[in-house]
Design a protein around this ligand. Structure first.
Ligand code: BGC
Length: 713
């Protein structure tokens, strides 16, 4: 039954403001049925809303941003005003003069917190800022699995595990959409490296794909119900992701019953026929070969070469998301409280920083009277990742270094430091302690100076960006040599890493401690100071394995490296679903630091694990130390009805006061207890073995339980 409500929409003509169905699908159907073909086509393509030489100007009144699709005022259909992305509201090349936003820490930091509630809050913060700035579509969150430790965009994503990434992405999306801003899950799918980013063909077997990258999308979509999905640049088993009938239609729309729309990545459309594969909207059309989904699609529709129902369906999907999420509701004038939003960013940085090593050098003891801070531009701020997700932070960049590169993307390649100086924060946190800075530019001078201090805190950075992959496990610009020289002079050295990917740490055995702070965002300096001084107890866990050697990776050399951007390149994902820690387990290789690893200033013990016949796990956890802290329970499936495996099937972050014990229940994700096969998800009857892990490489006793057959939907 169709329910009707009367709504008056701002800027809508009286005719359009008549009775409207409340159900978003019904409402979409009603609006679409009243459209002309020209109006339908209008919704199916949009521009990159930036001045591009040789292209028509951005329409008057449209803010510079990633994308714009003109609405239809006579029907109350709003403009789609799109902004990047998952780490805050971007301002491409700073073209919206003076417009800043809260820069959130990298996706890896958020993932390392293992905290769904925090992911919701992060998504909500970005959504609220986007809406106040006049946007109603956010081009985040990214959920591609970190299959390659060199992928230049891993910092935008949520690590290597489908359950962790899918859960957190789903919560981020829910948070964003709670502000009436449509969230876009991306990049669908297998956008695992930047090398050959348009021509790489991800080759993988179907079951492995369903159980890994697609599972992350499936879980996130079910949980977050994003209004849109962005298909990727790369190809998947042949066809381009944006023209991939299997991915877009068979999997996404049919198997998963996805009801929103699929937008292309910017410059990822190869023809009007992509609409029949399941693509609904062409984005950033100036940077595609042709504006396919404009006049060309209109001609095809007229000539009967494109099914009319497919065009109507594409339009209805867009409208449905607009209505379901309320993206057409006028935004109330809102003044943003950047101080409050910065607290969310700081919480992510604090919960997400991972204490990788500690010889007892941290937290900084009261006996420490002098500290030399070295390197990483720590006197100025903290590093952020580059590309379309780049945020111009509140307060403006502390430092901006153009890196450059070929083509128009070269302009986007700049290293941006956010205005949150760890040096200043350490000085503020440690009154009475002499805290001084050495840039690290001259390693021997830095080492000679370091001898005179009680403690050295050395900042090492690794800039990663969309458009280029990382170079391997070495820190860039001679920083490994700097660290070795300094620690040789003063072994009381702590290294703070600001990296977008794992690094190799040849100096690891010599330093007293290592804190992985990722790209720690708007208040990164303060967060790092709080963690080093013990005001905050470190609690992050690695969401991505750190390889010990480059040779441990499934592909020691990046496919396509050195090839021209036009050359088709096969990317064999022969590891299948054994991504990250599952690869290390299958290969019986020891990483430098495993997935799930992270130290604390307190310690935890776990009681015996109990599993009931419904697959629910129970365990008690105790904080044995003298400080409050958070433990992250990781439940792994290690035996699936006789098949040896390793899968994270449940996790829970638990905060405990000193001496406190809590009983925790964990529910395994049903799809992770099943395998993908011709019948869909299928769990066999049999004995299933589970173990709690301190990390993916350190598992407790295996507890087995008999489970019946199941076909999780
Ligand atoms: C990126 C997308 C981004 C889009 C719009 C593309 O280059 O791959 O992630 O949302 O640009 O800026």
């Amino acid at each position: 039954m169709i329910r009707y409500l009367s709504i008056l929409l701002l800027g809508m003509s009286a005719a359009a403001a008549l009775a409207q169905p409340a159900d978003p699908d019904e409402r979409a159907r009603a609006t679409e049925s009243r459209m002309t073909d020209a109006e339908r086509i209008q919704l199916l393509h949009g521009i990159m809303a930036l001045p591009i030489p040789g292209m028509p100007p951005v329409p008057d009144g449209v803010k510079f941003s990633a994308g714009y699709i003109a609405g239809i005022p006579r029907l109350g259909v709003p403009d789609l005003r799109e902004t990047d992305a998952g780490l805050g509201v971007a301002n491409p090349l700073g073209m919206r003069a003076g417009d800043v936003a809260t820069a959130m820490p990298s996706g890896q930091a958020l993932a390392a917190a293992f905290d769904p509630e925090l992911a919701f809050q992060g998504g909500e913060t970005i959504g609220r800022e986007a809406r106040a700035k006049g946007f109603n579509v956010l081009l985040g969150g990214g959920v591609n699995l970190a299959r390659d430790y060199r992928n230049g965009r891993n910092f935008e994503y949520l690590g290597e595990d489908p359950l962790l990434a899918g859960t957190l992405a789903g919560e981020e999306i829910r948070g964003t959409q709670s502000t009436h801003v449509i969230s876009t899950i991306k990049h669908f799918a297998l956008n695992g490296q930047e090398t050959s980013r348009h021509t790489g063909d991800a080759r993988i077997e179907e079951a492995a794909l369903r159980e890994s990258d697609l599972l992350a999308f499936e879980l996130a979509i079910a949980r977050g119900q994003p209004g849109s999905v962005m298909c990727a640049y790369n190809h998947v088993n042949g066809p381009a992701a944006c023209g991939n009938h299997h991915l877009l239609t068979d999997v996404l729309k049919q198997d998963w019953f996805y009801r929103g729309w699929v937008m292309s990545d910017w410059g990822a459309v190869g023809g009007t026929d992509f609409i029949t594969a399941g693509l609904d909207q062409q984005s950033g059309e100036q940077i595609d070969g042709k504006p396919w989904f404009g006049a060309l699609l209109a001609d095809e529709l007229k000539a009967g070469h494109v099914p009319r129902e497919r065009v109507s369906d594409a339009v209805r999907r867009i409208l449905r998301s607009v209505y379901a999420i309320g993206a057409d509701q006028p935004a109330a004038a809102e003044t943003l409280d950047y101080e409050a939003d910065a607290k969310v960013a700081q919480r992510v940085a604090e919960e997400g920083a991972v204490l990788l090593k500690n010889d007892g050098i941290l937290p900084i003891a009261p006996s420490v009277k002098s500290i030399l801070v070295v390197g990483g531009h720590a006197d100025r701020g903290v590093l952020s990742g580059g590309g379309s997700s780049q945020v111009i932070p509140v307060g403006g960049p502390a430092l901006m270094t153009p890196v450059g590169g070929p083509g128009p993307f070269g302009m986007f390649m700049r290293q941006v430091y956010l205005p949150s100086s760890p040096l200043a924060a350490l000085k503020a946190a440690l009154p009475g302690v002499k805290v001084e800075f050495d840039s690290g530019y001259a390693p021997s001078a830095a080492a000679a100076t370091a001898k005179h201090y009680d403690l050295v805190v050395l900042f090492a950075t690794q800039w990663q960006s969309e458009g280029v992959d990382g170079d391997g496990l070495a820190l860039p610009e001679g920083q490994d040599a700097l660290i070795s020289a300094v620690v040789q002079a003063n072994p009381r050295t702590v290294v703070v890493l600001e990296t977008g990917n794992p690094v190799g740490m040849p100096w690891l055995g010599k330093v007293g401690g290592v804190l992985e702070a990722w790209y720690p965002g708007q208040k990164g300096g303060e967060a790092i100071a709080d963690l080093l001084t013990g005001k905050v107890n470190p609690s992050g866990r690695l969401p991505q394995s750190f390889p010990a050697t480059e040779g441990q990776a499934p592909r020691p050399v990046l496919p396509g490296l050195g090839e021209s951007d036009e050359k088709p390149v096969a990317i064999p994902y022969d590891e299948g679903a054994a991504v990250g820690y599952r690869w290390f387990a299958a290969q019986k290789q020891k990483p430098l630091f495993p997935f799930g690893h992270g130290l604390s200033y307190t310690s935890f013990t776990h009681g015996a694990l109990a599993i009931d016949p419904a697959g629910k796990a129970r365990v008690s956890v105790t904080n044995k130390g003298a400080r409050a802290g958070a433990d992250t329970l990781q439940l792994y499936l290690v035996d699936a009805a006789g098949q040896k495996t390793q899968r994270l099937v449940a996790f829970r972050r638990v905060t405990l006061e000193p001496g406190e014990t809590r009983d925790i229940e964990l529910s395994a994700e049903p799809k992770l207890l099943a395998d993908w096969g011709s019948q869909g998800w299928m769990r066999k009857t049999g004995r299933y073995g589970f173990a709690l892990g301190d990390t993916a490489a350190q598992l407790g006793p295996v507890v087995t339980v008999e489970l019946g057959a199941d076909q999780p939907k």
